[in-house]
Design a protein around this ligand. Structure first.
Ligand SMILES: Nc1ncnc2c1ncn2[C@@H]1O[C@H](COP(=O)(O)OP(=O)(O)O)[C@@H](O)[C@H]1O
Ligand SMILES: [Mg+2]
Length: 359
């Protein structure tokens, strides 16, 4: 679908911004601290209801404001998302109707981001990698969110029983439901990663020539046990800790390059390139399976990758059905003029203006 227009007020240093985006490529140019990342962050917020930086709400609201407001009109279907956020309250409106679930945002406005800390997908804890899988599964399989919610509910109940030192029977009462949803989640994640692996292989010919990249799903309990047996065996240990220590909520992806862990065997630069590859694989699969347009936010591309790899990546993504927002300190750092269509925006002290092309 993509984003047609964007209105921002009181978000970081962006006091008042109105822009009409290009459906293909939007290049955001500005010097350091102009507000480029904040602009991408506002688009991310419209999809996820949170920031991609480790920020609290008070960091997002402009210092001299009590709230921020973000409004976007999406393509021809005339859908509109509006979010107003103060320290205490949040109102989300879709087509002027209030909604409570942030997952409704992601459905309307699928967004992926690459930013200077994105290598954490490889280097940081498993949460990042579960989010990676689940973004994909969420957009491909509409049952996923329900299974996940029911799993979480049963998990919370079991954990409460463990903490309250209730009888074995009471603690195990939740197992059946946990197992039922765990298997659905495991299968959906397996299925998603299977498809992603094929695309990763294809992309690595271009981006990691001569290397083999693999993604292995670690489902969150040992290979040799059923989840049900695993829960029974671990009951005593779970009781000691007061929570359930295994299951899909502890799943991970083991990412390897030539059989060695990507976390330890490749350089930071290669990790950044690998994360770009992994996100592009998601975009590719998304555009194969969906009529909708996914947005890619690429923060400071020229600083992240060398020229050769930048060009390769721009070349690959120009062939996908996506809307791209890319930031840089200067427009001569990005090869954008070969794109189907584009717009250039200049950001200066939180003000955004569209560049008028002279012909
Ligand atoms: N809540 C806020 N209110 C006002 N300004 C902010 C707030 N949070 C951050 N800033 C400032 O906004 C400016 C823009 O930041 P950023 O978007 O990261 O710039 P860029 O990506 O262009 O380098 C910075 O000077 C930053 O200090
Ligand atoms: Mg920035």
């Amino acid at each position: 679908m993509g984003l047609k227009s964007l209105e921002i007020s009181g978000f970081r240093n962006l006091q008042q911004v109105k822009l009409v985006a290009n459906e293909d490529l939007n290049l955001i140019i500005g010097s350091n601290a102009a507000g480029k990342t904040s602009l991408l962050e506002s688009i991310f917020y419209l999809s996820y209801g949170r920031s991609f930086r480790n920020s609290q709400i008070k960091d997002l609201i402009s210092y001299d404001h009590d709230f921020f407001r973000l409004i976007t009109d999406l393509d021809t279907q005339g859908s509109r998302i509006g979010i107003e956020r103060s320290l205490k309250d949040q109102t989300i409106r879709i087509n002027r109707q209030a909604v409570t679930r942030t997952s409704a945002l992601a459905t309307l406005l699928p967004v992926l981001v690459l930013h200077p800390d994105s290598h954490q997908l490889i280097t940081a804890g498993p949460d990042n990698r579960r989010q990676y899988m689940d973004w994909g599964v969420f957009h491909v399989e509409h049952n996923f969110i329900n299974s996940w919610k029911m799993y979480k509910k049963a998990l919370n109940q079991r954990n409460a029983s463990l903490r309250l030192r209730q009888s074995d029977k009471l603690c195990e009462m939740w197992n059946k439901e946990l197992v039922q949803h765990a298997l659905i989640i495991e299968n959906l994640r397996n299925e998603y990663l299977k498809q992603i692996r094929v695309i990763v292989n294809n992309l690595s010919v271009e981006l990691f020539p001569g290397h083999i990249i693999n993604l292995e799903h670690k489902r969150g309990w040992p290979e040799e046990l059923t989840f049900s047996d695993n829960l029974s065996r671990n009951l005593i240990k779970d009781r000691e800790k007061g929570f359930t220590q295994s299951g899909p909520h502890r799943a991970d992806i083991k990412i390897t390059v030539d059989g060695k862990s990507a976390q330890t065997s490749i350089s930071r630069g290669q990790q950044k390139k690998l994360v770009s590859l992994l996100k592009i694989a998601q975009l590719t699969l998304f555009s194969e399976l969906s009529e909708q347009k996914c947005i890619l936010l690429y923060d400071d591309l020229p600083a992240e990758l060398d020229k050769l790899n930048q060009n390769k990546i721009m070349n690959i993504i120009s062939g996908l059905n996506i809307q791209l927002f890319i930031t840089a300190i200067s427009d001569d750092l990005v090869d954008y003029k070969t794109w189907k269509s584009y717009k250039v925006f200049h950001v200066e002290h939180g003000n955004v203006t569209e560049q008028v092309n002279k012909s």
